[in-house]
Ligand binder design. Structure first.
Ligand SMILES: [Fe+2]
Length: 234
């Protein structure tokens, strides 16, 4: 018998990196700006209709990259997010994207004052690509009694969208994570990229502060949409 090839269908990828070009002072400034936008754009019923996508997953009513475009640290962060999105396309698909990437950033901030609730598992099905950056993760100095809860350190969990992660035989291929979920423990400087259809959460957080800046990325490719609406057909 001849084995010809190995193909993977419906893959899920999480690209993880570290932004060593961001100094602690820059991360602190970025965190402060994230908090400012987070507090100014809290989700309310009255602003719900302004949601960019109509999806109830976050306060997507502003773009931090536009609001603070005059700040050098935001310009630097935008370059970083753009680089990470392109790195994802290059690493996963060997695609060297030269087209512009449309970016919208909406911070998600947690601390003891404002509450530590996480975000339940969800996906951004209409978003092609997400880059998330963590300018501040301060875990708890407290001693947590008993077994620690899953989100005590502010992890982000990714879930197998097909729910077929378990196998009856052992996985000895280091290229693949076998399991129903994959957990990333973010620290200051962690940067991630993944596709919008991958279910994920931001677990409940028991630390002192966790600032996450997700950037929704749309590569603006020269693809044509040939769809039309009923009134134009009639
Ligand atoms: Fe999300």
């Amino acid at each position: 018998m001849r084995i010809d090839s190995l193909n993977t269908i419906f893959p899920s990828f999480v690209l993880q990196g570290f932004a060593n070009e961001m100094s602690p002072a820059e991360n602190a400034e970025l965190s402060a700006l994230a908090w400012e936008t987070w507090k100014a754009n809290e989700k309310t019923e009255t602003t719900y209709s302004a949601n960019e996508s109509g999806e109830y997953y976050s306060a997507t009513r502003h773009n931090m990259l536009v609001l603070f475009r005059d700040k050098p640290v935001v310009k630097k962060f935008a370059i970083l997010a753009d680089m990470m999105a392109r790195a994802y396309l290059k690493t996963v698909y060997h695609y060297d994207c030269r087209d512009p990437i449309d970016m919208m950033a909406e911070p998600f901030c947690q601390n003891r004052e404002t509450g530590t609730d996480g975000i339940m598992p969800h996906a951004h099905t209409l978003k092609p690509l997400l880059v998330t950056y963590y300018p501040s993760v301060k875990t708890s100095k407290r001693t947590v009694a008993g077994p620690t809860s899953s989100g005590v350190n502010g992890e982000t969990n990714f879930y197998d969208p097909s729910n077929t992660g378990k196998r009856v035989w052992p996985n000895q291929n280091p290229s693949f994570h076998i399991g129903s979920s994959f957990r990333v423990k973010a620290e200051e400087g962690t940067i991630l990229a993944f596709e919008g259809h991958i279910p994920h959460d931001s677990a409940q957080f028991d630390g002192d502060e966790r600032v996450c800046i997700p950037v929704i990325c749309y590569p603006k490719l020269p693809n044509k949409n040939l769809g039309t609406t009923l009134d134009k057909i009639l």
